[in-house]
Each structure stands twice: as structure tokens, then as C-alpha cells.
Design a protein around this ligand. Structure first.
Ligand SMILES: [Zn+2]
Ligand SMILES: [Zn+2]
Length: 284
């Protein structure tokens, strides 16, 4: 089936700390060119700003000014062909709330993904020492992750556009052969997940369907398809889709496939943003 209005609302450029110096080709203009070639109609450049770890000096921040300059140029150059949003992937804003507020105030982003990469005083799930870590501790970390996601969203009310990659820890548990240590659909986790979705729905914050899980060994999206279905069954309508690409190759990855999965769930439109406000875009 052919889908229209293919949107990738989660793209990292050379300005992200985990792309910078690794792949110099991921320039904003090259991303736009690639997106156009792949038939996308809208993209959001959403570079990382993990506020707590930037504040602690573990990762670099963002060159907001140069990035904005590049994005404004791209917006003009691709006008009428490709809509380009100046976005951000804000990590753990609720852990450094005042600084996060300041960043949002100083930078008028078109689109804000609130992502959750690490529990308080615990490293990013990406870099935990999986071969040596206690299994029970990982189970506890997942529960903490879900509970803290509630605070994360509460901080974001009126400030954020979408909740990024719900289920992030599970990606690393599976990749490290530990997928069996917990079942995210266990009623005790679903009770918290329901609270998360209620908060999103009540406050017009979208749920991101991040397609990176398909290419990163999860064989699922984040949030997982079962969770997305649960959100829809609860009356959730605001769904954003993004590849979480860090290379040109991955721009637009699995957007088509994801549209197909969403369509089977009864979804006929996904969510885009204009002047910070969500609106629906038909996919068929
Ligand atoms: Zn992320
Ligand atoms: Zn990302």
C-alpha cells in the first residue's frame, strides 16, 4: 500500500554530540536532500540536549546559534518541497527543570521531543555495564524509568510536543540478551503506562512512534506496537513518527513500514506541528 505525507520527526544532525566528529556528512542540507530523495514531505531536526549530563560536563551541549542558522537556510531553500522544523530532543528536563525552562525560553523550537535516557544518578541505559549488572537492579531501573517518566511529562505540560521512545531501556535489555528479565505488559507496569498515556492525552502531548527499534534488533517500534494500540484504545490520537537517524542512510527509515502498522491499527492520520500546535496529516 502506498502512503502519503511521509514525515520523519526525529533526525540527528552533525550538531548532536553522538554524531559530531563521527560522521561529518550529516549536515542539515544533506539531510534535507536525502529526505527529499526518499519522498519525505516533512522533517524535524531534533539534536540531543541531555540537560543533566551536559550540566555535569559528561557530554557537549549544542551550538544553538549555528544550528538555527543552518535550519533557517534549509527552511528557505526547501520551501514548498520539504517542510523543515527546528526541533530538539531534550533529555531529562525534569531533572534540571530551571535550566530546561531557560533553554526552551531562549530558543523558540518548532518541535520538542522530551526523551528519557537515564534515571537520576544512574548512567544512560545505553552505557550500563550489562554483563556485570545485577538483573534485579535492571528490573528496578525499568520501574523507576516508568515512574520518573510521569514526572518528566508533568514537567513538560505546555512545553513539549511529544514523548520520545517510550520503552527505551528495553531496547538495551534485548540487545544485551536480557529481554526475558521482565515483561513490559505485566499489569504492574501497564498500570503506570496507563497513567503515562492519561497524562499525554489530557494535556495534548503526542506519543512518539520511534522506528529505530526495527533496525536496532528490537523487532518493534518504541513505544512498542502493543503499547501504541493500548494508547489508541484509550482514545489517544496524537502520534508522531520518527526514525531517530544519526546517519544520512537512516533518514526516513521504516516510516513506510510504520505507517502500514499504524494503518492496520485503524490510524488514518498522524500528527504534525505548526507554530507549536499539533494538527493531523492524512497518511492515505
Ligand atoms: Zn533518545
Ligand atoms: Zn534521538
Amino acid at each position: 500500500m502506498d502512503f502519503k505525507n511521509k514525515i520523519d520527526y526525529h533526525i540527528h544532525s552533525e550538531y548532536s554530540f553522538d554524531v559530531y566528529g563521527v560522521d561529518k556528512q550529516v549536515r542539515i542540507f544533506d539531510i534535507c536532500e536525502t529526505a527529499l530523495k526518499k519522498g519525505l514531505t516533512q522533517i524535524a531536526i531534533t539534536d540531543h540536549y541531555d540537560i543533566n549530563t551536559v550540566e555535569q560536563g559528561f557530554i557537549m551541549g549544542l551550538d544553538f546559534e549555528s544550528r538555527r542558522r543552518d535550519i533557517i537556510r534549509a527552511k528557505k531553500a526547501y520551501e514548498g518541497k520539504l517542510k523543515v522544523l527546528c526541533g530538539i530532543e531534550l533529555g531529562q528536563p525534569h531533572q534540571v527543570p530551571e535550566k530546561a525552562k531557560q533553554i526552551l525560553k531562549e530558543n523558540k523550537f518548532d518541535y520538542v521531543i522530551a526523551s528519557y535516557h537515564n534515571n537520576v544518578d544512574v548512567p544512560d541505559f545505553y552505557i550500563l555495564d550489562y554483563p556485570n549488572i545485577d538483573r534485579q537492579l535492571l528490573v528496578q531501573y525499568y520501574e523507576d524509568y516508568l515512574c520518573q517518566t510521569i514526572d518528566h511529562i508533568k514537567w513538560g505540560i505546555g512545553r513539549i510536543s511529544t514523548l520520545g521512545h517510550l520503552g527505551y531501556p528495553i531496547r538495551y535489555y534485548i540487545r544485551n540478551g536480557l529481554g526475558g528479565i521482565l515483561n513490559p505488559y505485566d499489569p504492574k507496569y501497564m498500570k503506570i503506562t496507563k497513567e503515562i498515556f492519561n497524562l499525554l492525552i489530557k494535556n495534548d502531548i503526542a506519543l512518539e512512534v520511534n522506528t529505530s527499534g526495527w533496525r536496532q534488533g528490537m523487532n518493534n517500534s518504541m513505544a512498542f506496537d502493543g503499547m501504541v494500540q493500548y494508547y489508541i484504545d484509550m482514545g489517544g490520537k496524537l502520534l508522531t513518527v520518527g526514525s531517530d537517524s544519526h546517519t544520512l542512510d537512516n533518514v526516513g527509515d521504516d516510516i513506510d513500514k510504520q505507517y502500514g502498522i499504524l494503518y492496520k491499527m485503524g490510524v488514518k492520520n498522524i500528527t504534525a506541528f505548526e507554530s507549536g500546535k499539533p494538527y493531523f496529516v492524512d497518511i492515505v
